[in-house]
Ligand binder design. Structure first.
Ligand code: MN3
Length: 240
């Protein structure tokens, strides 16, 4: 694994040495927000290890769901991203862009899936919950009126995702504000330039084994395991 790849994973907060929580991994954040999403060159992307045990988020997220979600679903997005990049490289080599529309769609879908899941694993943790403090709390108050108003919008937004997707709290540096967005699938309905801080997965694979059709119960319960230290570090890193 190259230094670049390791550094990228650390910046994503997923590290290579197991659990990384709270200020202990502040040192891993050394670059700018842009580096979080920078081109990693021609290397293959890798599935980051889950930063806790499969049963660590019980009872809110059950062991079987977490294992399937990480080892199968997230791994599939990593494979899909590598396949799309390899296919586009082959298209450039042969100057045959017949299937470029397909591979560009795959690049957006799987690339966004890999990014969002890598953030999601670190956004939740055993011992999470509560509410943010410090600069992030101030910015939430300024952008949404109060934490409770933000939470109400975040919950409603996430519950209302049509089909498979995500609720997303992001910084929008171009507007100097925080914004709550929906993502349909992984890549639709964003604002260009937004940097995700907190992402809540509401694909059925994230909750259906335990919660069946009760998406809103799952979303409400997620707030009991949100790792606000991770969200705050992501916010600090944007320099806003
Ligand atoms: Mn998922």
């Amino acid at each position: 694994m190259s230094v670049n790849r390791r550094s990228f994973l650390k910046q994503m907060g997923v590290g290579t040495g197991g659990i990384v929580v709270g200020h202990a991994y502040a040192h891993a954040f050394s670059g700018t927000s842009v580096e979080l999403l920078s081109n990693q060159g021609s290397e293959e992307h890798e599935l980051p290890p889950l930063p806790y045990a499969y049963d660590a988020l019980e009872p809110i997220i059950d062991e079987q769901t977490l294992q399937l979600h990480h080892d199968n679903h997230h791994a599939g997005y990593v494979r899909g991203l590598n396949r799309a990049e390899a296919s586009l490289a082959e298209a450039r080599n042969s100057n045959d862009f017949t299937l470029v529309k397909h591979w560009e769609r795959e690049l957006a879908f799987h690339g966004s899936g890999h990014i969002l899941h890598s953030i999601y694993w670190t956004n939740i943790s055993p011992g999470g919950g509560g509410r943010p403090d410090g600069k992030l709390a101030e910015k939430i108050d300024k952008s949404f009126g109060s934490f409770d108003r933000f939470k109400n919008q975040m919950v409603a937004t996430t519950n209302a995702v049509e089909g498979s997707g995500w609720g997303v709290l992001a910084t929008q540096p171009l507007f100097n504000q925080l914004v709550v967005l929906q993502a349909e699938k992984h890549q639709d309905l964003t604002q260009w330039g937004a940097i995700p801080l907190l992402v809540l997965d509401v694909w059925e694979h994230a909750y259906y084994l335990k919660y069946q059709n009760r998406r809103s119960e799952y979303v409400n319960n997620l707030f009991d395991i949100i790792n606000w230290d991770d969200v705050a570090l992501r916010y600090e890193k944007t320099g806003m």
